[in-house]
Write a protein that binds this ligand. Structure first.
Ligand SMILES: NC(=O)c1ccc[n+]([C@@H]2O[C@H](COP(=O)([O-])OP(=O)(O)OC[C@H]3O[C@@H](n4cnc5c(N)ncnc54)[C@H](OP(=O)(O)O)[C@@H]3O)[C@@H](O)[C@H]2O)c1
Length: 316
């Protein structure tokens, strides 16, 4: 089968097409014929040798990618809840190597759910790692209706799901992004939009008035907004490699911080499938590319810039 591999960590040019053996599903697993995959910032970070590279075995070639939507091709021993031909999606094995940049991928059944009948493979692939992150971050903070949440990077892969879910959970939403994304994020249900390029942007927000933060930026950006968070508030940091400045200030103020890591989960995938089917969650795919090394190199270059609105999906 065809796969996009890397033979060492490095630049986008390390992503190359190769022919490799098709994997075989073991007990409790299925082999998925891949139809679409999505690209996340963790892909480029790991390609560079940062991100979660330190957790992976030092063995090459590696196949990146954790998000898949496709069709069950082979059912492993002991699998009763999926059959050949089922459309499924999920985030696989994170933070271990998952190998989704490939024509066939093995998945544990406890990581996937059925794709709702009127949802496309592109929409399904988009609603995986980023959507799980938004869902699990809100769950871990035990958000309560009527409280206020700050969503930093609200138009991004995680952010656009987080705004929609926070709306569904009846939170008051303050969202950040550039002015280009204001109309889109407000259309998702944000109550207030902050253009991070406007130096006075946070002046309308009362100190201590925010109960929860999903922080997709962290670093100085996150640290500068801590005074807005209430003393019993919770900050969920996604780019944990930039957590330090937030942690330092939060500790001084006694504010709780979660250093978040997304976890594969079929029950959470089922929840996302339900929201997709009910149109309570609408994924945005800003770019769709074909499955080639040049296309995936291009996708990595785009996502590295940090200004994507929604997701990038590769179709296979
Ligand atoms: N720990 C975990 O398990 C976990 C899980 C998922 C994601 N993450 C991390 O969380 C981060 C966000 O992920 P993602 O997939 O949402 O990334 P993404 O899709 O690349 O986010 C891009 C968005 O960031 C916005 N942005 C850039 N600079 C900003 C700023 N200063 N203030 C507010 N918004 C800004 C951009 O808005 P404009 O275009 O308007 O500038 C863009 O919409 C990444 O670092 C990712 O690796 C961690």
């Amino acid at each position: 089968m065809k796969a996009i591999i890397i033979n060492k960590y490095g630049a986008t040019s390390e992503l190359v097409m190769a022919n490799i053996n098709r994997p075989q599903p073991g007990r409790g697993q299925v082999l998925i014929k891949t139809k679409a995959i999505s690209i996340n910032p963790i892909d480029y970070k790991t390609r560079q040798g940062s991100g979660i590279a330190f957790l992976l075995k030092d063995k090459f070639p590696k196949i990146l990618g954790w998000d898949v939507a496709g069709i069950v091709d082979v059912v492993g021993l002991g699998v009763t809840n999926f059959s050949k031909g089922d459309c499924v999606f999920g985030m696989l094995r994170f933070p271990d190597e998952s190998a989704c940049y490939a024509e066939y991928v093995v998945a544990d059944v406890n990581e996937i759910a059925a794709v709702p009948s009127d949802i496309s493979m592109i929409e399904a692939a988009a609603t995986t790692l980023a959507a799980l992150t938004a869902l699990q971050a809100l769950t871990q903070m035990k958000v309560q209706p009527g409280r206020t949440i700050l969503i930093q990077a609200a138009a991004g892969g995680v952010g656009h799901f987080a705004v929609q879910l926070a709306k569904l959970y009846r939170l008051r939403i303050i969202a950040t992004g550039s002015k280009n994304n204001r109309d889109y994020v407000m259309s998702l249900g944000a109550d207030h939009y902050i253009d991070y390029q406007d130096t006075n942007a946070f002046s309308n927000i009362v100190d201590g008035s925010i109960d929860y933060v999903i922080d997709g930026i962290a670093g100085k950006v996150g640290a500068d907004t801590i005074k807005l968070v209430s003393h019993d508030g919770i900050i969920c940091i996604l780019p944990v490699e930039h957590a330090e400045p937030v942690l330092e200030k939060a500790e001084m103020l006694g504010i709780k911080v979660i250093l978040f890591r997304v976890t594969p989960s079929s029950s959470d995938m089922l929840t996302l499938a339900t929201y997709l089917a009910r149109k309570q969650l609408i994924p945005k795919t800003e770019h769709t590319f074909d499955f080639s090394d040049t296309a995936i190199q291009h996708a990595h270059k785009i996502i590295e810039k940090g200004h994507i609105s929604g997701k990038i999906v590769i179709t296979i």
